[in-house]
Design a binder for this molecule. Sequence first.
Ligand SMILES: [Zn+2]
Length: 342
Amino acid sequence: MMEETKATKLIKRAETTQPKLTGHFMKVVHDQDLSHAYLFSGAAGLGKLALAKVIAMRLFCKNIQSNGMPCGVCNECVRIAKNEHPDVMLVEPDGRSIKVDQIRTLKQEFSKSAVEGNRKIFIINGADLMTTGAANSLLKFIEEPVGNVNSFLLTDDYHKILPTIQSRTQLVEFPKIDPVMLVKYAEGKQLTKTAINLVLQLTSDTATIDRLSEDNWLVSMKQQIEAWFSMLEKGDYQAFPLVQTNLLPLVRDREDQKVTIEMMCLIFRDVFNVKFKATPANELAFGNVYDLIKQMANQLSDKQLLSIIDDILNNAKKQQINISFQNILEVITLDCLNQIKG
Ligand SMILES: [Zn+2]
């Protein structure tokens, strides 16, 4: 198998998230029909940046594949993927906004090379975060494109973009990712069948799948949640030290906090689904500990179970009011034990 590089990963992501758009744009480049300016609109994780970069790779690649895709291994592809290509510029928010100076720098770079006649690509990620000054400065640039320039403006919602810019770009709305493609993508991350079930209940975008599967995070956390759940099932107060010594060290940031609580909720939702036979065992998020889930289902009344799920959801809200995460997990653990032993 070919070695994975940043560039081959990008190609894979574009093909997974947006197979139709990717195919479409490869053909457009082949037919030399690319417009000067595009506005890519769609939620985070739908592959906007991946596709913009893959189009740039396709324009510069020295070794176009028989399927019309860039190779992902030549010097051009590799440098574009790493944002090190002199003719492909990526502008991203500096802090919370894209400032007028950033657009000015971009324009200077382009006017230099336009003289040399090189093709130039610029990608503005988070185009809705341009200050008014930046947007106006860009506007003039898009109105009078110099030389061989293609621009890609990326936003999560094109309504946030100035109408004057909208009208000078070609809008491309990114559709949701096909669930079948998402499963394929998760399979490519070497996740087990139940880990895939779990990840697909946590997210529907590839960027989050990447994040969750990085350094085996999801699998490690899943094991800890299962150990925690097993202690709850036995009514064992060792669930407390476990939270502190095994679970908390895995939590790197707020995003991890959110996912951890979602996973706690999901394992109890599995109990609910087993109790009411709502979901086949092979579709559970924690199907690998089915026996444990079944035991919990037998042990709890409907009322207790709903009360636990409610408790977890209510405690999850405390994340917004700066209560320590350890404290939140301990309250959840205590509430669960009270219901289970109750
Ligand atoms: Zn290449």
